[in-house]
Design a protein around this ligand. Structure first.
Ligand SMILES: Cc1cc2nc3c(=O)[nH]c(=O)nc-3n(C[C@H](O)[C@H](O)[C@H](O)COP(=O)(O)OP(=O)(O)OC[C@H]3O[C@@H](n4cnc5c(N)ncnc54)[C@H](O)[C@@H]3O)c2cc1C
Length: 471
């Protein structure tokens, strides 16, 4: 056994905090720890891959930085923009053009109705052109009892009918979660709506309440999202630098155990393992590695994590010399149409900073249960993407000047009904063991802003737990 990182006592008394996983969650946590603890802590990030960023990965295509993974941050909530600003990238934030996505339905691209929440209308008239809404008679009592949850599929089907579910809500949710509406929890994927449903007996009234702009919350549509000129990879690099963490790339953490003086992990290659001792460990990895690491530490938390299913997606990105695109930012498509493509982003239409010299476009394929798609070779995925793209656009797609394929196995966690409650209970159990925290997309929300919030909250929790000792 190779004890390359010695225990805290041999470390001049500085607390060592080990972060497992160098995606945006782990990096946001490292940054927050450094902000709050200064040099009083040694922060180590163990990352399995040979690069930081996880699902955020900016690459070059035809000389421009494009996103091989996540492509935008939610600017309507403060965490992602706040992090970008505090690592010196505030001046490089760019916003989309304001074009809206289309819905590819009945063989043509149609405008996505405005005023909906993930496709659920506040007023059935807003979606009448797309779907026949069958609003259920008001039962008088709130739709969700305190602590209760249900799937988005059940909610919408029961209260507004299946046409709106299939034609609007399902394509919208597939665009974000690549998931199955009948397995996605309302409380976890739309927490604001779930709260309103605990007060309202009508779904449309609950949506209207959540969508009603409160004072100071009104933002121009195009300001809801943002990215960084040069790519989101810059947020990863800048956050890592600002955290001054000791980053260990290519280091898989395989075992975790509590010791009388803190925590110990076994990391690195199986034939040459390394023992790392730490005062606290913050797990910022996807559900299945997190479950494996917690199996012998806190079985209830491990079981909650094991229950989180993941959808996989394949992305085909293209650069075209010239292609005729409609005035939209891309399109979404309903499931069950026998097609692999679930969405497309007209990247250079959506993001003005990419310039007009070439047209960049990205096609997203695969939903929950369609993992086999990832086994196709690149040429097949490209062929499928271009053929289906042509069908949706109603034109022959020209030969791209550059292209690439990215496969994301285990891309997007699926929060099943009861997710929020299960993890509240799991965290409660974990709290009995000071110096351990879980964070990230597996638990607290798929979006980058939610992951940053989750990493920051886990950092605060660890600081609170270490504080009495470090006095
Ligand atoms: C194709 C795609 C498009 C997306 N688009 C958007 C978007 O536009 N906007 C948005 O907000 N969100 C988007 N998301 C979601 C968002 O990118 C992710 O939810 C988020 O980046 C997850 O961050 P994370 O740090 O929690 O996890 P990850 O990014 O998964 O990072 C976890 C890290 O842990 C490492 N790791 C795993 N096991 C171990 C181990 N045993 N030891 C050490 N390290 C380990 C992994 O290598 C990885 O680097 C998208 C996701 C995908 C896949």
């Amino acid at each position: 056994m190779n004890a390359a990182i010695p225990p805290r006592r041999a470390n001049g008394g500085r607390a060592r905090i080990l972060i497992v996983g160098g995606g945006i969650t782990g990096l946001a946590a490292a940054h927050r720890l450094r902000e709050r603890l200064g040099d009083a802590a040694e922060i180590v990030i163990a990352e399995r891959a040979m690069r930081l960023g996880g699902k955020i990965h900016t690459v070059d295509l035809a000389g421009r930085p494009i996103e091989a993974g996540a492509e935008s941050i939610l600017a309507a909530r403060p965490e992602a923009v706040g992090l970008a600003e505090s690592v010196g990238l505030g001046g490089d934030l760019v916003h989309p053009t304001g074009l809206t996505p289309a819905l590819s339905l009945d063989g043509r691209l149609r405008d996505f109705p405005t005023g909906t929440m993930m496709g659920i209308p506040a007023d059935p008239a807003d979606v009448a052109a797309i779907a026949d809404v069958k609003e259920r008679a008001d039962s008088g009592g709130p739709i969700l009892a305190p602590g209760a949850d249900m799937s988005v599929g059940e909610l919408v089907r029961t209260h507004l009918g299946s046409e709106i579910l299939d034609r609007l809500v399902s394509p919208m949710l597939a665009g974000v979660y690549a998931g199955d509406v009948d397995r996605l929890s309302v409380a976890a994927v739309m927490p604001g709506l779930a709260e309103a449903l605990r007060r309202h007996s009508s779904l449309t009234e609950a949506v209207a309440e959540v969508k009603r702009p409160s004072e100071g919350r009104t933002r121009a549509k195009e300001r809801v999202f943002a990215t960084i000129d040069g790519g989101l990879g810059r947020l990863i690099t800048a956050t890592s630098a600002a955290s001054r963490a000791d980053v260990r790339l290519g280091m898989t953490v395989r075992e975790l155990r509590q010791t009388p003086y803190g925590w110990e992990v076994i990391a690195g290659p199986v034939p040459d393992p390394m023992r790392i001792e730490a005062d606290a460990v913050l797990l910022a990895v996807p559900a299945s590695p997190a479950a494996r690491l917690l199996r012998n530490v806190e079985p209830e938390a491990a079981a909650a994590l094991s229950g989180v299913a993941y959808a996989s997606v394949a992305l085909a990105s293209f650069a075209f010399e010239d292609i005729d695109l409609p005035e939209h930012s891309g399109f979404l498509t309903p499931a069950g149409n026998g097609k692999s493509v679930k969405a497309a982003t007209f990247t250079s239409r959506k993001w003005p900073h990419l310039g007009r010299r070439r047209t960049f476009l990205r096609v997203s394929m695969g939903r929950l249960g369609e993992e086999a798609l990832l086994q196709y070779d690149d040429a097949d995925l490209i062929k499928t993407a271009l053929r289906e793209l042509g069908e949706h656009l109603g034109q022959r797609v020209p030969e791209p000047v550059a292209q690439r394929v990215d496969r994301w196995g285990g891309a997007l966690p699926q929060y099943a009904p009861g997710h929020t409650e299960r993890f509240r209970a799991a965290r409660e159990k974990l709290r009995a063991r000071p110096g351990i925290a879980i964070a990230g997309a597996a638990v607290d929300g798929v979006g980058i802003a939610a992951c940053i919030a989750s990493g920051q909250a886990a950092a605060a929790e660890i600081i609170a737990q270490l504080a009495p000792e470090s006095d």
